[in-house]
Design a protein around this ligand. Sequence first.
Ligand code: SIN
Length: 311
Amino acid sequence: MLNTTFANAKFANPFMNASGVHCMTIEDLEELKASQAGAYITKSSTLEKREGNPLPRYVDLELGSINSMGLPNLGFDYYLDYVLKNQKENAQEGPIFFSIAGMSVAENIAMLKKIQESYFSGITELNLSCPNVPGKPQLAYDFEATEKLLKEVFTFFTKPLGVKLPPYFDLVHFDIMAEILNQFPLTYVNSVNSIGNGLFIDPEAESVVIKPKDGFGGIGGAYIKPTALANVRAFYTRLKPEIQIIGTGGIETGQDAFEHLLCGATMLQIGTALHKEGPAIFDRIIKELEEIMNQKGYQSIADFHGKLKSL
Ligand code: SIN
C-alpha cells in the first residue's frame, strides 16, 4: 500500500530518518536497516572527523527540539566505507542515502569527486543548510553561491544527487531558488532542515537550554510543521517534475505524513520524533498512515500525492 518510487528505485514505504538522527555510527545505521523504515541516510559527513559543539547540544522539548550539534561525525571515509559495504550486501534493497556537508565549497567538491570516482551507486544528499557551525552561514540562503556551487558540481557529478535546504519564508525566495534548482539535473530537494537559530529558554532557571552559541539552535518537530509543509508545497509547485521532494519537518504521526504527501513530498524524513521514540516509530507511523488511507478509501499514495486542494 505504501510502495514508493523515488530516484527510479522502489521503496517499501516513504519513511526514513532525517540525517543527524540515529545515524552517527554503524550500530545506529544497522538499527535503522533492521527497522521498518523504507530507507535510511547517514549523518552528514565532513572530510575529517569532527567532535562538533560542546554539550548539552540537543534538547527534546514538548513541541519539538532544539539542537546545535555542529556536525559531529566520524569522517567521510567511515560513512563511504559503510555505504559501499552495505550496498554490496543488500543489492536487492532500495538504495542507501549518503549525506555530506562540507565546511567549504572546496570540501563539498572534494567529497563529491570521491563519491563520483567510487563505486557508490546510492543517492547522495548535499546538505546546504546546517545552521549550527559557528561562523559558517547556511549556504542555501546565498542564492548566487548555491547556483555557482551546483554549476561546478554538475560539471563532473553524474550520480543521483539531492540537496537539503533550509526553510524559506518568502514567496519570492521560493521563486528564486526554484529557478536556480530547475537548471540542474537534481534528483531531489529535501525541505526542510531545522529552522535555524531559534532560542528556547528555561524560565525557572532563567537560562538557555543548550550550550553552543549562547543557546541559539535549530528548531525541529511540531513547531516547524507548517513551515515545512509550505516549503514542500512551494517547491512541488515550482520545480520541474523530474526533481522529487523529500518532506522533512514535524512528522510525528500518520496524519503529519499524510499532509506532507498531500503537499507533494515523495519520501518523508523523521528527525525529532525519531530521536524521542527510536526506530520503533516506523512501525507505528506506517500503521497510522495506512489507517488514514483505508478510512479515505485510498489504495496507494499516488491516489492523493500532491493533490492538495485550494479554496
Ligand atoms: C548539526 O550537526 O548541527 C545538524 C546538522 C544540520 O542541521 O544540518
